[in-house]
Design a protein around this ligand. Sequence first.
Ligand code: FAD
Ligand code: EPU
Length: 278
Amino acid sequence: MAASAPRVRTVLLRDFTTLRVGGEAELWEVNDEAQLKEATSEPFLVLGSGANLFVSDAGVDRRVVRLGRAYNDMAGFGADATVWVGAATPLPGMVRRAQRAGLSGLEGLSGVPAVLGGAIAMNAGTRFGEMADTVAEVELFVNGALEVVPAGALGFRYRHSELPEGAVVTRARLELTPSSPEAVARTMNAVDAARAGQPKIKSAGCAFKNPPGDSAGRLIDVAGLKGLTVGDAMVAHEHGNFIINLGNASSDDVAALIALVQERLQQPLELEWRLWGF
Ligand code: FAD
Ligand code: EPU
């Protein structure tokens, strides 16, 4: 029997990003290695849950590859402190399941929207912990084949990893630490309290990385830039590092607002967002 082909369709990337901005792309959804091989045979980008992406309204001319349901897999999670998890598994469910099992290591990621692959690529985190704290090994699809690499080879730093060019994270082995549900929940509550002031409106999280020892949000705040608006894009009143989409922001609105913020700040800030199609 012939292997099934990837599901390919033209989509609007704004429907696949939390900022709700972005134009057309050809979306290749893959559920096994053969499909990954076919999808990645031409230049491509990898889409996770779209929570850190700023996409041009012009769309992207490369294929967009997304891992399908076969990679949404956390079977056995919680039964053991060490487990392989599929890269399309949503992080929030993993964080909750680890808490119930009394396993520590993921609680610092409470409230971070992501799938595992995106959280690894970004080394997502908060000051209570980051993805790299628990990743032991990563399975990558790269150059047409699967390979397993130790976390130490991935160059994890603050909001940064060094995945090989053209690599897709397919699975990862996480190592958690036995603790108690109560202790894990206490840290989660502290994380949730730290995020309580973040806006609930459409965004892609913090736009800029924090400079060493400071908060980009605080710098934008003291520069008086909260509420600054271009079209439907606005610097959130709740937190200066969140650019929110008030409704129908265009990518030009968002790009112009980012440029304005950068121009009015005393120091350059590095974008945390990943930009597609610019
Ligand atoms: P995407 O945004 O889809 O992709 C991000 C990058 O990862 C892209 O370069 C993409 O190509 C790459 N990628 C995705 N999947 C794979 C894969 N399988 N293999 C290889 N590369 C891949 N981030 C934090 O760190 N801390 C926070 O506290 C936080 N709070 C947030 C709050 C809100 C309300 C929002 C909207 C975002 C927040 N973010 C935060 C940003 C976002 O949650 C993280 O950057 C997260 O890691 C993005 O994961 P994703 O799956 O959505 O990845
Ligand atoms: N602050 C202000 N004004 C603002 C925002 C912040 O004065 O508008 C001050 C706060 O009062 C606080 C300090 O700046 O004294 C730090 O603020 P906060 O605790 O909100 O943390 P942050 O450094 O701004 C970081 C991460 C968030 C993460 C939170 C919670 C970055 C770029 N941001 O924000 O991550 O959720 O800590 O731990 O590292 C993301 O990366 O997308 C993200 C949302």
